[in-house]
Design a protein around this ligand. Structure first.
Ligand code: ADP
Ligand code: MG
Length: 339
């Protein structure tokens, strides 16, 4: 391609809100044979909501449990955290405190921004909170007025209760057993594409929150169009296998890799490159940046995380997966390889 063609290509990309970091990146995109998508915030909207809750083996009320869950999640930046906080706020009657009101905030804000946009003075933040990437959060909640008559009996001390939130790995690390009832419920919800967050107090699981993060409306069409162009499409996620498979099925994606910590996502990219294929990675989060950097073509979607944007070769400013196709087609056109 001539320098002029590259300039024109870059200009057309810019008009779609596609930022390309250099002519090399524009060139590489027409050779992509394998494309790997992150799930949360990339194929899904990244605005998860709690759609179902179940209490287990506890006399505590749902409100008490949600107070405990919120106490930890206010200190997490994870998208699941804002789903938990929003649900707690509504159940506890703080739903009106949204800045801007109604569904508007949850539709426009993302992750931590949602919790910041909301008044959180009803939450008593937990102490010594620890976020464990790909697993969950844990911390100590001081019994306060809202918990003073709580049937949740703190075991670890006169005042404090140890609260653990997260997935199976988190519970395994903490030595918290998962009953058959809990497991059955999660199995059900995960088959319905939900991600389950277990809430444990002391050594017992008292609740499971089922969280749904709907697919972006264009996701299925974009995956199909990529397959038609001869690309192998993969899904990688830190989420559990069952939810990942259920989501992949909806998108007709066959290649799935779940329960991946950030390092494992990058390993997956390198493994795919091993067969001499040009591999692209599409992602949005901090935990995608090693994979974005490892890929031949890293594509950061949406307003994304700064670290993801830095690691990527392409930045899609509009949160629209169609722009992945636009970028690839533009590269093919510029380098005369349109099929
Ligand atoms: P993804 O690749 O889907 O963005 P992550 O690696 O961020 O996934 O997280 C993987 C899993 O870790 C989540 O699906 C969830 O089960 C658990 N997890 C992580 N952070 C939290 C949190 N703050 N609250 C509850 N669960 C969490
Ligand atoms: Mg993500």
């Amino acid at each position: 391609a001539t320098p002029t063609a590259v300039m024109v290509g870059t200009g057309v990309a810019a008009s779609h809100g596609i930022l390309i970091k250099g002519a090399d990146a524009l060139e590489r995109a027409h050779r992509i044979r394998t494309i790997v998508f992150d799930k949360t915030g990339t194929l899904t909207r990244g605005k998860p909501v709690v759609t179902d809750v179940r209490l287990f083996d506890t006399e505590a009320s749902l409100n008490e449990v949600m107070h405990l869950a919120a106490a930890l999640e206010v200190q997490s930046e994870h998208p699941l955290a804002s789903a938990v906080i929003n649900f707690a706020a509504e159940g506890l009657g703080y739903g009106q405190q949204r800045v801007g009101g109604g569904a508007k905030v949850s539709a426009s804000a993302k992750g931590a921004a949602t919790s910041q946009a909301r008044r959180l003075d009803w939450v008593r933040p937990a102490k010594d909170v620890l976020s464990i990437a790909g697993k969950g959060v844990l911390g100590w909640v001081v019994a306060g007025p809202e918990l003073s008559r709580s049937p949740i009996k703190p075991k670890e001390g006169p005042q404090d209760a140890k609260v653990v939130l997260g997935n199976k790995q988190m519970m395994a690390d903490e030595g918290i057993p998962i009953s058959k009832a809990v497991d059955d419920y999660m199995r059900d919800m995960e088959a319905k594409c939900c991600t389950c967050v277990m809430v444990a107090v002391g050594a017992a699981i008292v609740a499971v929150l089922a969280v749904t993060d709907p697919l972006k409306p264009e996701a299925r069409g974009v995956v199909a169009a990529l397959a038609r162009r001869g690309l192998a499409v993969h899904l990688v996620t830190g989420d559990n296998w069952r939810t990942a498979r259920a989501i992949a099925e909806q998108l007709a994606i066959i290649n799935v890799c779940a329960e991946c910590l950030p390092g494992a996502k990058a390993d997956k990219i390198r493994q795919l490159q091993g067969s001499k294929k040009v591999v692209a990675m599409v992602g949005d989060g901090v935990n995608d940046s090693p994979a974005l950097a490892a890929a031949d073509v890293g594509i950061a979607v949406g307003s994304g995380t700064d670290i993801a944007i830095e690691a990527a070769d392409y930045v899609l400013m509009r949160d629209d997966l169609e722009d992945v196709l636009v970028a690839i087609d533009l590269s093919r056109k510029t380098f005369n390889r349109i099929r």
